[in-house]
Design a protein around this ligand. Sequence first.
Ligand code: MLT
Length: 239
Amino acid sequence: LFHTPEEVPEQGAPDCAIAIDVLRATTTMAAALAAGAEAIQVFSDIDDLLTTSETWPTDKRLRAGERGGGKVEGCDLGNSPLDHSPERSGGKRLFMSTTNGTRCLKRIEHAPTVITAALTTRQAVVDFVLSQQPETVWIVGSGWEGTYSLEDTVCAGAIIHGIIAATGQTFKDLAGNDAAIAAVSLYLQWQDQLLDLMHYASHGQRLLRLNNEADLQYCAQLDVLNIVPRQHELGVLGL
Ligand code: MLT
């Protein structure tokens, strides 16, 4: 478990890499695909996003750009999971760039299997990992500009807890993995008050200042979508 993309080693790759940005990029990706978006193409750079999306038919694309929690000028959408409905997103390609979430994905994009996770898709992600049985898994939190985030860590803990519980393991089997033990402990402490934890998290506070309480409520839901967004070609995610 890495708390930020910056912690990820430059060399080597796991069998399976999981990117988490509960508030809000990976929650929004899952919401968009669940609403019927055809695919999500991620960009670190907004100018690249705008140029590449120009080549796509206007009625088949949505451009989503977020910086500092707000919508980027020139984009159709910011980064709210509540923006996506079958009417708005169905059949469209989402061209997306966010402050930390898309950067996290870029950092792990060369692993043979790359998926995204959120609290909303936690059980589906656990089932996916159990069915694939990868030997090495990296779980990478997006954090905020290189710093630790509570919401990504609690989601990582929820995933690890799901995996060890399903395979009859305990904390003892995580011995030596300090980050994983801490993340599972965080999840066990907060599992019934995930929305409260979102409110106390620094990025949750930032989103509240921007009047995004409804987003926090959406992002704090556990196991409501039975899908796993997966990278099918470099930088492009689908189901
Ligand atoms: C990010 O990528 O940093 C986040 O998803 C920011 C946000 O909440 O929009």
